[in-house]
Design a protein around this ligand. Sequence first.
Ligand code: KG4
Ligand code: ZN
Length: 337
Amino acid sequence: MDPKILAIESSCDETSASVISNGKVLNNVIASQSVHHKYGGVVPELASRAHQKNIVHIVNEAMVSAGMELQELDAIAFTKGPGLLGSLLVGVSFAKSLSLALNIPLIEVNHMQGHVLSHFIEDPKPSFPFLCLTVSGGHTQIILVKDYLKMEVIGETKDDAVGEAFDKAAKIMGLAYPGGPMIDKLAKTGNADAFTFPGTSMPSYDFSFSGIKTAFMYFIRKEVSNNPAFIESRKHDICASIQKHLIQMLLEKLEMASKDLGIKEVAIAGGVSANSGLREALKNLGERHGWRTFIPEFQYCTDNAAMVAMVAHHKYLNSIFADLNVSPLARMPLMNR
Ligand code: KG4
Ligand code: ZN
């Protein structure tokens, strides 16, 4: 079997299409939406409008770069959720129409399973079971990955996601959106030990980031009231310190899970896995513990259709197809297909 599948991702503010042939990703075309920058966050209505504008040419580009005609496809895959409903609807409707027009099966994909399987796009690939710390703007989870389509959330945030904590900290400092990458950039030349923040302790492998968000806000307020130029004069040190703190919160739990379960294959995925501090810290921790660590290429960290295509490939092999009456889901548990 050599399934050729077109996958579409439109869960947030990235319109993306990818063609996969026999498990090999042929391309990963992404249109990012800059329209949100001036609002300091993703505006759902503008996001779905931009998806509508982009989707046809993004899909065309993926087909052309794959050197394939639509008639050669065996299935159409799309992100069902979780994500912004209006954004998801664009991808779902487009995929349904194509599947109907071409008379080929439809495959629904859970976006978070996609982030996990982004590790199977390029070599080296992890072997099962492995642990995956999935960190994005909406999620912070430690996932025990038993097989391509068999995963279990063993720890997760009880409030905000770590991506939100990065973005919120950046907003408090008055940095431009998107905040996470900005903190990463400024942190590179800062002293990570300049400031310390109170820790929050959660049971088991769970996380909580709402406390640090508030603590950071009070810290900045207090320092600025003493010195109005505080942020400008110390922004590199502040970014390096808050970044270090957030990374420690993440890795502490990952270390605990690895030790308890005796699993030494450890991966990170999701938008925040693009963070250079986290990538470096995971590598160092892995060297210390004798782990094999897996860090996705930058283009596969943030939202992309290649990861959706990878899940779709395995669903195709297992004949797991969707009905034409499928609807998107804003919230969707990891193992809900
Ligand atoms: O996975 P993703 O692209 O979209 C969601 O599904 O949420 O993740 C977006 C999140 C945002 O919070 C963004 O600030 C964060 O990932 N992010 C980063 C970096 N790049 C993206 N956070 C810290 N450092 C980065 N380099
Ligand atoms: Zn994502």
